[in-house]
Write a protein that binds this ligand. Structure first.
Ligand SMILES: Nc1ncnc2c1ncn2[C@@H]1O[C@H](COP(=O)(O)OP(=O)(O)OP(=O)(O)O)[C@@H](O)[C@H]1O
Length: 724
């Protein structure tokens, strides 16, 4: 059997390497046992990326440096997308029995000998992607991997196959890294102590610090929560696998801010991108048929203690529900999502319920009387009653105001949250657009070569750094160039001149929830949309950027009215944005305009119908409204959210490729009224500054922004801040 697998895999690799290199090529995990890296090094005469089960190898022409990156940051649409009907047909053709579950099909595990199978249907196939997970052996892989295994089994007349065929080379760098990381996990875990083993006053102090005085030692012990004294952190274990062994840990530390609020910082081992723990899962019995899904470990403790209901917590809060966790939630007939107390949690619960199958989900609507679970416990609320009052997630197309009433109220009391995520680098844009909202379509245009890509790159990066899961479709410039621009903007400095800092910034950048589609050049709109859909499912993407629409117009449509095609494509993206609750930013080249005329909304679109589809229209104007030639400004010509439109100037900083708003009246330096040392009211008079002084002002601003930038916490990062 090994020989046949080996032959098949090696042949495939050889074919790929000879025919496809240096193009990007997806290797399924099935082939990972083999030395992909060394094999391809021989063919590497230019840099390229191989995506292979969570690892990307960047091979340089001299083979001197190999970057590895274990986040699945490159989104490739499966060569042959699979449907659940096709999966079922295939299983039937192989006489494999299956249960049709909520998100997965369940089949007997092919990795366990039938005589020793404790649970007959322990292999779960994701209905949307075909990815599988065997809960007994933790073997996982793609639909193609599973088919390969089944084919080999059939050919060799076997009724099971070793899961080792799917494992990485045990001596690979990744495996070595994992082993040393696991030693670290065990070290922290064994040197941590249970609350019950701490002196009373110390335990009480820590509980006060984390605001968990209402959580009993018994509850903490039941969930295995410990304290790691050196950093005064709570330690949440991740127990997994059939033997419920320790797979990882999350460390949570708390800090009290000046205004007496508590902020939490999180760190996980393994790191966030591969931390797939459903906290509390090890306490769930096979017979449990309902569960409360929370967004935080402390909330999980609160629900369990107050209601006695089975409860689990998502590993990365409301930012995503990784499909790899879905098999663990299949046993529940009813899932109550109580993810938090704000609008973001409410939106996330609606999106997650689609993945979990809406028919079994009910949602706790955040509100004054329904804060997040831990807060509800502190306020002595009846958590059981709140859960009972959760509302079915099933969506009805026609609703009465009675059903909308609470939603409308929620929007009225949370205006700031409803307005969306605020840009940290573009306060002027916040002033006009109020924020970045899910489900909207933004159309962005500007003259050729004016800096559209560079500007949108920073705009999107800003949001991504605040936890907005982002997917790039860059058809014009390749992903390496785009990532270079973004990394420069992220580091806010010219990295070419600071190569020694590359790894520092690249490590941080890698933690961003940022994904790239691998398309380049003309693309079929359907393929692009399918890939976007796929990414939304896998990574809970909130923002897709398409650069640019012209690459979807296709050659075949040239005979048709160009603007009608454009209108159609905009309509398709509009629908996607609404249906997927995902913001789409579409870059469009303008119509040919006379050089000295400003662009307008009408410069972009073929018809008025298309302009109605966009929620926001942004135009990068070049040197029109400012005296200095080459200056850019950003104009908002449409804002469906609240109608405010406007324009503001942008300064371009070439070294960092960033844009900033010039300080207002920079040449007329003005200070807010204040008091002099003698106590007199002073107003600094506008003084005409020299050119050099103005530049200094700008440089100072950049440095300040850079500082702010470094302290921005990113939820995807190992340090997350949750404001209570
Ligand atoms: N405000 C600016 N001032 C001067 N140079 C800029 C400015 N913005 C971007 N650039 C530079 O101009 C070049 C083109 O920028 P970019 O690719 O972002 O433009 P674009 O509008 O997307 O181009 P295209 O029309 O080809 O799509 C880049 O080298 C970029 O660094």
């Amino acid at each position: 059997m090994w020989r046949s697998l080996l032959l098949k895999s090696t042949a495939c690799l050889r074919q790929v390497a000879s025919t496809r290199c240096p193009y990007q090529r997806h290797f399924s995990s099935f082939y990972l046992r083999f030395p992909v890296q060394s094999f391809c090094n021989r063919h590497a005469d230019s840099p390229y990326i191989l995506k292979a089960r969570g690892a990307d190898f960047f091979l340089t022409h001299n083979g001197l440096r190999t970057y590895k990156k274990d986040t699945n940051s490159i989104v490739e649409f499966p060569k042959s997308p699979i449907t659940v009907t096709e999966i079922k047909q295939y299983l039937r053709s192989k006489d494999i029995p299956f249960h049709d579950g909520y998100s997965c099909l369940h089949i007997p595990s092919v990795f366990i000998n039938p005589s020793s199978r404790s649970n007959s249907f322990s292999l779960f196939i994701d209905k949307t992607t075909g990815q599988f997970l065997c809960k007994d052996t933790l073997a996982e892989g793609s639909w193609e991997d599973l088919q390969d295994c089944l084919e080999v089994m059939q050919k060799e007349g076997r009724d099971s196959i070793s899961p080792n065929v799917l494992l990485m080379d045990p001596e690979s760098v990744e495996e070595e890294d994992k082993k040393s990381e696991f030693r670290e996990v065990q070290g922290i875990w064994t040197s941590s102590v249970f609350f019950a083993d701490l002196p009373d006053d110390e335990a009480q102090l820590i509980k006060m610090m984390f605001q968990i005085t209402k959580i009993s030692d018994a509850t903490l012990k039941k969930f295995g929560v410990k304290v790691f004294k050196p950093t005064k952190s709570l330690v949440f274990p991740w127990f997994g696998g059939p033997d419920s062994s320790l797979k990882g840990i999350k460390l949570l530390s708390a800090q009290r801010t000046d205004n007496d609020k508590v902020t939490y910082n999180e760190a996980t081992f393994p790191k966030f991108s591969s931390y797939y723990s459903l906290f509390g899962l090890s306490l769930i019995s096979r017979k449990d048929s309902e569960v409360v899904l929370t967004g935080h470990e402390l909330d999980c403790l609160a629900v369990s203690q107050a209601t006695g209901l089975p409860s689990v917590a998502l590993p990365r809060g409301v930012s995503c529900l990784p499909p790899i966790l879905l098999p663990y939630l299949e046993q529940f007939k009813r899932v109550t999502l109580w993810l938090g107390g704000d609008i973001r949690s409410w939106e996330a619960s609606k999106i997650f319920s689609r993945k979990l199958a809406v028919k079994r989900c009910s949602l706790v609507r955040p509100g004054e009387f329904q804060p997040q679970p831990m807060e509800a416990l502190i306020q002595d609320k009846n958590l059981g009653r709140i859960i009972k009052g959760s509302i079915p997630a099933s969506h009805k197309s026609i609703v009465s105001f009675k059903q909308l009433r609470e939603d409308v109220f929620g929007e009225l009391v949370n205006t700031d949250q409803v307005a969306g995520v605020k840009w940290a680098r573009f306060p002027e844009l916040n002033r006009i657009l109020k924020g970045h909202r899910k489900g909207e379509l933004t159309v962005f245009t500007g003259p050729t070569g004016s800096g559209k890509t560079t500007f949108i790159s920073e705009l999107a990066l800003d949001l991504c750094m605040q936890g907005v899961n982002t997917l790039w479709g860059s058809f014009e410039i390749n992903n390496v160039r785009l990532a270079k621009i973004m990394l420069t903007q992220f580091a806010m400095q010219k990295l070419e001149d600071n190569l020694e800092k590359y790894d520092f910034w690249a490590d941080k950048f890698e933690e961003l929830p940022l994904y790239f589609m691998t398309f380049h050049g003309q693309q079929n709109i359907k393929t692009v949309l399918d890939t976007m859909q796929h990414a939304v499912y896998l990574y809970d993407i909130n923002h897709v950027i398409i650069d640019n629409l012209q690459f979807m117009m296709g050659q075949e449509n040239l005979s048709v009215d160009k603007f009608a095609v454009q209108d159609h494509i905009i309509g398709v993206f509009r629908k996607f944005a609404t249906n997927s609750s995902c913001h789409v930013t579409l870059i469009i080249h303008p119509r040919k305009e006379e050089d000295d005329r400003e662009l307008q909304t009408a410069s972009i679109f073929g018809s008025a119908k298309a302009s109605q589809e966009a929620d926001n229209v942004l135009i990068l104007q070049e040197k029109k409204l400012v005296t200095c030639p080459g200056r850019r400004s950003l104009q908002v010509t449409k804002n469906r959210f609240d109608g405010d439109v406007g324009i503001f100037p942008l300064d371009f900083i070439k070294a960092s490729l960033t844009f900033s708003t010039p300080i207002r009246g920079k040449l007329k330096l003005k200070k807010a009224p204040g008091k002099s040392e003698s106590g007199e009211e002073v107003q600094v008079k506008p003084a005409a500054a020299k050119k050099g002084e103005a530049k200094e002002g700008k440089a100072e601003k950049v440095t300040k922004t850079a500082k702010t930038q470094q302290t921005v916490k990113n939820p995807a990062n190992e340090k997350e801040t949750i404001q209570k």
